[in-house]
Design a binder for this molecule. Structure first.
Ligand SMILES: [Zn+2]
Length: 312
């Protein structure tokens, strides 16, 4: 009995030590912010997954993908929306290529992806206020977000794209997630949680069913808490990369905090799924932008020949 316990404990400890080794030997630097991330997925695999989910989503939405082959609508307004989203996207993706090249020139060691991505933009006719960029540069903007990024008068119409800087904020943020491989990082983390569950499960063989359940529950909550903390960090990182892209693409960086303030005003039912549970507390976000803004503004003025100031 004692031997069995010892050997089970041995398996548990051995498993957790291996996991820790696995964790620490798969750390890579996110060049944009200097943060270390745990990532076991190759760029090729994550781009392949991105392409797969993108085509699945487009297939599900089929008739609502504006001006696609299956589209129900491709009138002048739809064409204008698609053109606008593509234009913003092109400016941001060029900024992304430039940003990665600058970082490489500064001596960061990483594989650039922006010039490899298969950049694709689609507009989906839907009330859901949402937008995403999957690994590989597969971008979708849902029309439901256009009023929040537009004139914010409570309805989606063509006047919402008179001024596109806030839409660029959202797209830049989403592209930031893809550039920093946040999707691959999350999947890698989930895989480690599953392996940890296995190790813990093997280690508590002699416990009663209720004890097992309690241990598993505690383990699950700790893992969930950890992943949530990382996803808040992802949001902050995407905000920062997005701001860099905005400035490089000559969109007004001061629109970023305004946009996120509006996003925070949305009821949870209206809020895009991504922002429901993982968005940083709005004070933290506002504080970050206050810290970043002076540099962003002087960089904008230098690059874009502007003369904007901190106050709008
Ligand atoms: Zn985000």
């Amino acid at each position: 009995m004692g031997n069995l316990l010892r050997s089970r404990l041995g398996i548990l400890i051995g498993g957790l030590v291996l996991l820790a080794l696995y964790w620490f030997s798969n750390q890579q630097e996110v060049p944009f912010t200097g943060r270390k991330q745990f990532n076991t997925m190759s760029i090729e695999d994550s781009v392949r997954l991105g392409a797969q989910s993108y085509s699945q989503i487009l297939q599900q939405e089929s008739g609502d993908v504006l001006c696609s082959r299956a589209a129900r609508s491709c009138d002048a307004n739809a064409r204008e929306l698609v053109r606008t989203v593509n234009e913003i996207g092109l400016r941001l993706q060029n900024a992304a290529v430039e940003l990665e090249q600058d970082l490489l020139a500064q001596g960061y060691n990483f594989a650039p992806v922006a010039d490899q991505f298969d950049w694709t933009y689609n507009v989906i006719n839907s009330d859901t206020p949402n937008a995403f960029c999957l690994p590989g540069g597969y971008v979708a903007v849902y029309t439901g977000i256009l009023d929040i990024t537009g004139n914010y008068d409570g309805q989606v119409d063509m006047r919402d794209i008179d001024d596109v800087d806030k839409l660029a904020v959202v797209m830049g943020h989403e592209i930031g997630h893809a550039l920093a491989h946040h999707g691959a990082e999350r999947m890698s983390q989930q895989q480690v949680v599953q392996m940890g569950q296995l190790a813990v499960g093997l280690g508590m063989g002699d416990m009663s069913a209720s004890q097992r359940q309690a241990v598993m529950q505690a383990f699950g909550m700790a893992a969930q808490g950890g992943i949530l903390a990382f996803s808040r960090e992802h949001e902050t990182e995407a905000d920062k990369i997005g701001l860099d892209l905005l400035v490089r693409a000559c969109f007004d960086p001061r629109e970023a905090p305004d946009l996120w303030e509006r996003m925070g005003e949305q009821g949870s039912g209206q809020r895009p799924p991504e922002w429901m549970s993982t968005h940083p507390a709005s004070e933290t976000r506002a504080e970050n932008f206050r810290r970043w803004m002076p540099d962003a503004i002087s960089e904008y003025n230098r690059r874009c020949g502007g003369s904007i100031r901190l106050e709008n």
